[in-house]
Design a protein. Structure first.
Length: 185
């Protein structure tokens, strides 16, 4: 099924600093990222989470940032350069049929999929790619906006993650979001 992809100009709304009052990236992500972490920000948009991921991962870490829309990646690169963390960011533009992260197999410690899964055409295929990229013991935090995604649909998303080999290891509280921490089963 073809899903609605958020228009690229919404990217500017999503990086509005006021969003940090509701969803502070550092607070949300610090349990999962430490210096040296290899992280993946899938559907990164203009990098609302990516910049703090890069700060938490430090100069020894790296954050692979993947998005479908070149405008999102272009703005992410600009913002990361201004923030002085571009050396730890690896920007990638993907196609509709997958993230194109086969080269990362077993290398990623932590993956984030924030406000993304309701936009991907095949959630199970998406989670399979993430699963393959994670090292054993790696984790994926997935969160979906409560306004757009009913609870029932989020449970379907988690079922798709289950079919891809994940189990739910936690349900972190994130404002205005359904959220789950997924671990490789
Ligand atoms: C609602 S935005 C969320 C952006 C960011 N994660 C955040 O929370 O600010 C969804 C993003 O996912 C991207 N996207 C949609 N479908 C995608 C796909 N199949 N593969 C990769 N990125 C995708 C969109 O271009 C958009 O930047």
């Amino acid at each position: 099924m073809e899903e609605h992809v958020c228009p690229w100009w919404i990217g500017y709304v999503l990086v509005n600093p006021l969003r940090r009052i509701m969803q502070n990236p550092r607070k949300i992500l610090s349990p999962y990222i430490e210096p040296g972490t290899v992280a993946l920000d899938a559907g990164c948009g203009m990098g609302f989470f990516s910049l703090d991921m890069a700060r938490l991962a430090g100069p020894e870490g790296r954050v692979v940032c993947v998005d479908l829309q070149p405008q999102m990646i272009k703005a992410l690169v600009r913002r990361a350069t201004r923030a002085g963390v571009i050396d730890r960011i690896e920007p990638r533009i993907c196609g509709k049929d997958g993230l194109g992260i086969g080269d990362l197999e077993g290398k990623v410690d932590f993956a984030l999929a924030f406000a993304l899964v309701h936009e991907v055409p095949d959630a199970a295929a998406f989670f399979k790619e993430i699963h393959a990229a994670l090292r054993p013991g790696g984790a994926c935090l997935t969160a979906e906006p409560k306004g757009h995604v009913p609870g029932r649909r989020f449970e379907e998303t988690l079922a798709a993650a289950g079919r891809a080999g994940f189990e739910v290891a936690g349900r972190p509280e994130i404002r205005r979001s359904h959220a789950a921490l997924l671990k490789r089963a």
